[in-house]
Design a protein around this ligand. Structure first.
Ligand code: IPM
Ligand code: MN
Length: 367
């Protein structure tokens, strides 16, 4: 099979983790007999520095011409004082729009061998397997009008939370469909006791839920959900929520399972899927070779599954991650006091090697 992928390393630790994710993807391609065509482009601060634009036209075109996009991270404090359109983040937000990727899937799974990483007691965290489905193209992130005036004590700012029924319905359908291949439960999170957008959200999700009578739908307010997540994370299955709530709750989920560095994401729904780790650019540790590449590598697994429909290959990458953690390999964010740590590259190489061995074994079994 032909795999046409655009890679966008971006800023901070993005390039380091993406280079490991690509090593793993290359092993998958050669091991399972796929033809990988990779194109690398700029986004975020890296693109701003080079072209004065966080999403150059050449990047958009390359992404739209490929089947999937693998992104590292965007964000660089050097551009913090730029106007909004000239911040690194604007590049990512525009790319999500260009790719029409309205459903953002963020799995948060507890690994038993990482029990010591979670701030929660093992009996609470055990069995946690959450899939956050975050609406990605609406709400406060994109609503108009928006404005900012800073005026010596007299300034004001406006953001608009706006949702339409079709926007809610399409992402709800994604969540219900995905719940069918899991424990068949969807928890929709809103703030319908206060916000009109959430009233509409609850109304539409309830209506869509009637088409999925095999899936159990429940609702929770976001404040209460934020607390329940730390009190009983194992009780959650699929979480369906709007853009900003999903942004916040997914970082919380990362903390719960032990490190934000573990979390991968898939942004789907449009013609081209966008795959990125959840952790962000982490400028404080960039360039030191200590970043955790697992979020990026697990994003490759999501790409194999969701864009290319290659379940066996996706499972192989995930098994590589589990096996590497079982083998005691820990980047700094995962290491307990006294545990030996490995570099970003060593962690990636370990998983790439697992994939190459597993692919060969698979080959022998087939012949
Ligand atoms: C994320 C990030 C982005 C977001 C930023 C970098 C624009 O925090 O993917 O969670 O807020 O969506
Ligand atoms: Mn975020």
């Amino acid at each position: 099979m032909q795999l046409r992928v655009t890679s966008l390393p971006g800023d901070g630790i993005g390039p380091e983790v993406i280079s490991q994710a690509i090593c793993v993807l290359e092993e998958v391609a050669s091991g399972f007999g796929h033809d990988l065509e990779l194109d690398e482009k700029e986004i975020g601060g890296a693109a701003l520095a080079k072209f004065g634009n966080p999403l150059p036209e050449a990047t958009t075109q390359a992404c739209l011409a490929s089947q999937a996009v693998l992104l590292g991270a965007v964000g660089n404090p050097a551009f913090d004082h730029n106007p909004r359109e000239l911040r690194p983040e604007a590049g990512l937000l525009r790319l999500r729009q260009e790719l029409r990727a309205f459903a953002n899937l963020r799995p948060a799974v507890f690994y038993p061998m990482l029990a010591g990483c979670s701030p929660l007691r093992e009996e609470i965290i055990r069995g946690t397997d959450i899939l956050i489905v975050r609406e990605l193209l609406g709400g406060l992130y994109f609503g108009e009008p928006r404005s900012l005036e800073i005026d010596h004590g007299d300034g004001h700012a406006v953001n608009t939370m706006r949702y339409t029924e079709p926007e809610i319905e399409r992402v709800a359908r994604v969540a219900f469909e995905l719940a069918r291949s899991r424990r068949k439960r969807v928890l929709s999170i809103d703030k319908s006791n206060v916000l009109e957008c959430s009233r509409l959200w609850r109304e539409v999700v309830t209506r869509v839920g009637r088409d999925f009578s095999d899936v159990l739908l429940s609702h929770m307010y976001v404040d209460s959900a934020a607390m329940s997540l730390v009190l009983k994370p194992a009780e959650f299955d699929v979480i369906l929520t709007e853009n900003m709530f999903g942004d916040i709750l997914s970082d919380e989920a990362g903390g719960i399972v032990g490190s934000l560095g573990l979390l991968a994401s898939a942004s789907i729904g449009g013609p081209v899927g966008l795959y990125e780790p959840v952790h962000g650019s982490a400028p404080d540790i960039a360039g030191q070779g200590i970043a955790n590449p697992l979020g990026a590598i697990l994003s490759v697994a999501l790409m194999l599954r969701h864009t290319f429909n290659l379940a066996k290959e996706a499972e192989c990458v995930e098994a590589g991650v589990t096996s590497t953690l079982m083998g005691g390999f820990r980047t700094r964010d995962l290491a307990r006091p006294g545990e030996r740590t490995v570099s970003t590259e060593q962690m990636g190489a370990q998983i790439a090697e697992f994939v190459s061995l597993a692919a060969r074994a698979n080959d022998r079994a087939a012949s």
